[in-house]
Design a protein around this ligand. Structure first.
Ligand SMILES: Cc1cc2nc3c(=O)[nH]c(=O)nc-3n(C[C@H](O)[C@H](O)[C@H](O)COP(=O)(O)O)c2cc1C
Length: 175
C-alpha cells in the first residue's frame, strides 16, 4: 500500500480546514498530515504520495510559511513521488491572481528531481481572469478551493479530486 502525506501552509486556517476535510475523506489511506511550520523538508521523503496545500496572499504571492519553507527544500530529491496540490484563493477579490501560489509551488516542486504530478483538476467551472495555477487549456495543477465565495463546493470538489488522485496513483482502478 502506498503511503500518503498531507502537508499544508495556512495563514488564517482555511487551507488547514481543507487539509482536515481531505484527511477525513481519505480515512485509512492517509498516513500523515502536518502544518509545514511543524515539519522538516526531509519529512516529505517519507511518503509515496504527497498532497500539498497552499493559499495565495498579497496579490499573487506565496503563503508566508511556504515562503520560508521553500528555500529549505533546496537539494531535496522527490524523484519517484506522486504529488498533488490543493490551493485556496479568492476568485472574485483576486481574479487576476487566482490560486497563483499553487502554480508557483508546483514550479518549485517539479525542479526537485522528477516527481510526477497527479490530480490535475478541470478549471472550466471557475470564474477568474488569470492564474499561474493553470496547467493546460482546461486544468489547474490541482484542485482550487475558494473559501470566500464558494465554500459550499469544498466537499464536492475535494471528493472528486481525491477520486482522481486515487485513480492517478493506482490506489483504485479507473471506472
Ligand atoms: C490581503 C489578501 C491578499 C490575497 N491575495 C490573493 C491572491 O492574490 N490570489 C488569491 O487567489 N487569493 C488571495 N487572497 C485570498 C486568500 O488566499 C484566502 O483568504 C484564503 O482562504 C486564505 O487561506 P489560508 O487561511 O489558508 O491562508 C488574499 C487575501 C487577502 C486577505
Amino acid at each position: 500500500m502506498k503511503s500518503i502525506g498531507v502537508f499544508y501552509g495556512s495563514s488564517t486556517g482555511n487551507t488547514e480546514l481543507a487539509a482536515e476535510k481531505i484527511c477525513e475523506q481519505l480515512g485509512q489511506f492517509v498516513s500523515h498530515s502536518a502544518d509545514i511550520t511543524k515539519s522538516e523538508p526531509e519529512d516529505l521523503l517519507g511518503y509515496d504520495i504527497l498532497l500539498l496545500g497552499v493559499s495565495t496572499w498579497n496579490i499573487g504571492e506565496m503563503q508566508d510559511d511556504w515562503d520560508e519553507f521553500i528555500p529549505r527544500m533546496e537539494g531535496l530529491d522527490l524523484t519517484g513521488k506522486q504529488v498533488g496540490f490543493f490551493g485556496m484563493g479568492d476568485a472574485i477579490g483576486y481574479s487576476y491572481n487566482f490560486l497563483d501560489a499553487m502554480g508557483m509551488l508546483w514550479d518549485v516542486v517539479k525542479g526537485l528531481g522528477t516527481p510526477k504530478l497527479v490530480g490535475v483538476w478541470p478549471n472550466e467551472e471557475y470564474t477568474f481572469d488569470e492564474s499561474l495555477a493553470v496547467y493546460d487549456d482546461g486544468h489547474f495543477v490541482g484542485v482550487g478551493l475558494d473559501e470566500d465565495n464558494e465554500p459550499d463546493l469544498h466537499d464536492e470538489r475535494i471528493k472528486g479530486w481525491l477520486m482522481k488522485i486515487m485513480v492517478d496513483c493506482e490506489l483504485i482502478p479507473a471506472s
